[in-house]
Design a protein around this ligand. Structure first.
Ligand SMILES: [Ca+2]
Ligand SMILES: [Ca+2]
Length: 223
């Protein structure tokens, strides 16, 4: 028994001494409301916040890798011709920077903490927008400086579903229901693209099955 208690205490000590890695948290477009589920409509904007419990220097990246690249747009804030200043939050320290990183098979951002003034908290912020229907994974790596391999430390996968915001005003409401009703019962139209948006399960007809899928996102906001 005593041995087990000692072992447990040792484990707790070891765990306590291992610095927590930075992590990526996902919020709605307002930057405050945590995203509660991963199935989001095409056009939905999210906020990715990279936080760190440590106050040590750190560098890493947040990026999309093929085949995820066309699925979403990740953007930085307030580019000053050098770095995305608006994506560097105060806790990331003085001289922190966020750079575009685009090369064959990768699109995203490199993140660098400052060398002074770094504190625990939210360090960086990026914006995410779902572009295509399908699955999209965003990966966060830690850079093992100067030449070591990048280490995957966090990732988030989103399922992009067809939009229900047919009139593109950023909310799913009666206006969209009216658009859907125009196509209600249609199974054979001259131009299939006319009915494509409302035919949410893409079975060629706009019916109760689509209305059920529509209602799942009632009053959902994309921005
Ligand atoms: Ca709408
Ligand atoms: Ca259908």
């Amino acid at each position: 028994m005593m041995k087990r208690v000692l072992l447990l205490a040792l484990c707790m000590l070891v765990n306590a001494s291992v610095p927590a890695a930075p992590n990526m948290n996902v919020f709605r477009a307002d930057g405050e409301t945590p995203l509660e589920y991963q199935e989001i409509m095409v056009g939905t904007q999210l906020t990715l916040v990279i936080s760190n419990d440590n106050a040590d220097y750190w560098s890493g990246s947040v990026a999309l890798y093929d085949p995820n690249i066309p699925m979403a747009d990740i953007t930085g804030r307030e580019y000053n011709g050098f770095s995305y200043d608006g994506s560097c939050l105060p806790a990331s320290g003085f001289g922190s920077a966020v750079y575009d990183w685009t090369e064959q098979g990768v699109r995203g951002f490199d993140l660098y903490a400052g060398y002074t003034g770094v504190t625990a908290g939210d360090w960086f912020v990026l914006d995410y927008k779902a572009v295509q229907v399908g699955e999209c994974t965003v990966q966060m790596h830690e850079h093992n400086m100067p030449d070591g391999p990048a280490i995957l430390i966090d990732e988030q996968t989103f399922i992009h579903v067809p939009t229900r915001d047919f009139n593109a005003d950023s909310v799913v409401d009666y206006s969209d229901l009216v658009v859907m009703s125009r196509y209600w019962g249609q199974t054979d139209v001259a131009d299939p693209s006319d009915v494509k948006g409302a035919d949410l399960n893409e079975d060629g007809a706009v019916d109760m099955n689509d209305l059920l899928l529509f209602s799942c996102y009632w009053l959902e906001k994309t921005g």
